[in-house]
Design a protein around this ligand. Structure first.
Ligand code: SAM
Length: 315
């Protein structure tokens, strides 16, 4: 395990992500009525950040919904480094919850999330009836939804046993989601996590959304800005190019993998959706947006030819 001096800074990124999401939700870019409960001091983000948040949200929700529809009644979702993500509540609101849903993060983050879930009626009523606070208030346990504390750098030794104790069934189709998380892990640790999935979950899918292209001028600037805030992207080595984000899975024998950067994702939005976004705010800095969006990418990969994942993706 790599020793990381900035765990507190990494945990703080969950707030940054929530503030951006709340900004996009409040302005009407995205439909997320739940994120407001996790943000104490809302901030209005710049139009190009709101646009990026919209595409990021849209991509993740699209894959989650495809999986919920295709694996209804048997599928599991494991959100790695879930932070203050509200996807469980968005799915639950629509009656789209898979059989089991797990969220994992550092105890410092899950404690904050558990406390908010518990004291907020709009969230608590969407928790399963058997939900209970556990782990001294750092976790929420139930038969279907589990918020658990763990360090992803000790995935097999620490996180897997916790997930197994909460009912993770490695034989079931399982979608792993990592949104801006794997880049914070050291190379060995994120490889070990993916290797465990490769070995242990025969019908697995993964959606990653991570920074890419750290080596060009913009990428170097992005890395320097994060470093100035005490954040090291230890795992960025894995994503020198868009292809590399997908190759990581193909090299391990996964059946299929595909990367798509955020600029291309935005480009492919339906014209009506783009027109709707333009009415919310004018975006003048298209060059800057494209440059930024080319440095974030989705990768979607799955291990098996048969099962719910084969027909899923961004097309
Ligand atoms: N995925 C969430 C989202 O998109 O809103 C949160 C993203 S935030 C940028 C990164 C999250 O990964 C943080 O909540 C952080 O605590 C978590 N994280 C990073 N390294 C971790 C580790 N070693 N173990 C557990 N969680 C980790």
């Amino acid at each position: 395990m790599e020793i990381c001096s900035s765990d507190a800074a990494v945990q703080g990124t969950s707030n940054d992500a929530a503030v951006s999401r709340e900004s996009a939700a409040r302005l009407g870019y995205i439909d997320d009525p739940f994120i407001q409960y996790f943000v104490r001091r809302p901030q209005r983000r710049a139009p190009l950040i709101n646009r990026g948040t919209h595409s990021r949200f849209d991509g993740v929700q699209r894959i989650l919904r495809q999986f919920a529809a295709r694996a209804a009644g048997c599928g599991q979702v494991v959100v790695l480094g879930a932070g203050l993500d509200t996807s469980y509540f968005l799915l639950r609101r629509e009656g789209l919850v898979p059989l089991r849903y797990f969220e994992v993060d550092f105890a410092e983050v899950t404690a904050k999330k558990a406390a908010t879930l518990w004291r907020t009626a709009a969230l608590r009523t969407l928790l399963p009836e058997d939900a209970a606070l556990a782990g001294g208030g750092t976790e929420v346990h139930s038969n279907t939804y589990n918020l658990v504390a763990g360090d992803l750098r000790r995935f097999e030794a620490e996180v897997v046993p916790t997930l197994a104790a909460r009912g993770l069934d490695t034989a079931a189709p399982t979608l792993f989601v990592s949104e801006c998380v794997l880049v914070y892990l050291g190379a060995e640790d994120s490889d070990a996590l993916i290797d465990w999935i490769t070995r242990a979950v025969p019908n697995a899918g993964i959606l990653t959304y991570e920074q890419i292209r750290p080596d060009d001028r913009f990428g170097q600037m992005m890395v320097a800005n994060l470093r100035a805030r005490g954040l090291e992207l230890h795992g960025l080595h894995a994503y020198p190019t868009l292809d590399a984000a997908a190759r990581r899975f193909l090299e391990r024998g996964w059946h299929a993998a595909r990367g798509l950067d955020l600029a291309e994702y935005h480009e492919r939005l339906r014209p009506e959706e783009r027109a709707r976004l333009s009415e919310i705010e004018i975006l003048d800095e298209w060059e800057e947006f494209t440059l930024l969006a080319q440095h974030y990418a989705f990768a979607f990969a799955h291990t098996a030819a048969a099962g719910p994942f084969d027909a899923m993706g961004f097309d």
